[in-house]
Design a protein around this ligand. Sequence first.
Ligand code: PHE
Length: 347
Amino acid sequence: MKDQIINLKNEAVGEILEAKSLEELEKIRINFLGRSGKINSLIKEISQLPAEEKKAIGRLINDTKKTIEESLQQTQESLKIKESKTEWLDITAPGSRPAEGHLHLVSEAISEITAIFSQLGFHRARYPEVEWDWYAFEGLNMAENHPARDEWETFFIENLENEKYGKGILTPHTSSGQLREMEKYAPPLRMLNIAKCYRRQSDMSHAPMFYQFEGLVVDKDINISHLKGTIDYFTKQYFGPDRKSRIRPFHFQFTEPSFEVDVTCLICHGKARLPNGQVCRTCKEGWMELGGSGMVHPTVLKNGGIDPEKYSGFAFGWGVERVLMMKYGINDIRLLFEGDLRFLRQF
Ligand code: PHE
């Protein structure tokens, strides 16, 4: 029966598209949707189906009916215009404005983030997404077999290996851009590396492909207050003046000391409770985790050809989709990649 319904839909839509006049269209409508039309005779057959099929078939027929109605309406409108066309043209009538779209949310966020950091003098950089182990791990103070590597569930590329730089991988984080930037330029450095990252992960808040933005500052006398000031500036500019940030001690191999950065929740503003006393379901604890940061490890500076006795720096690496979700309270990362207009039009 399912095939029968699908065939019927194709048949109807095909005929509608071919219709040359409103009269012809009306005949098609009666043939399919009329009282003794083809759809109604299908509906009559439902009662003979086994109970467990009734619901699904019923729904399919309904959808089919809707599709036919919609294409009837569309064709009807264009035929009406065609049939009513007369010889004169009002050149003073206002034109019809085409519907305007907007860039994808992720692209919009990338430009917004770039603009915020450019006010602080960060320049936008892009480094390879197919990368060597050295830049993503070894050079960032994570030797082969170091357990810290487990955090980054990395995709390795088959048969790609370099004697000096190790295995070929898909960048699991934008931190690989740190060493690339140090190799390319001498300090002072203010880099913002935004790129796709890849990890073997997939759930409501993780996708196998996502974007990160990585900040790196290296100069004389850079200390933690510069890092915290930069975090605060970004928090206020991107999330809004009423959001606050905090840093918590953490561990990364490539920064020392290291921190996790949190931002107050957009719903409960750091209180963890709603005005009615219930626990805030968006964050549960008042804060939402933004990502990692820290003072660049001396070994990393050395690996990038910079003298850690003379220079110091800070770095941070956060997810683009993640900040977007925290800004608007989006709870499923997959919504950002599905291209569903019902979702995208809300922005
Ligand atoms: N690369 C880290 C991650 O992906 C984040 C980070 C960047 C931490 C820079 C410290 C400094 O989780």
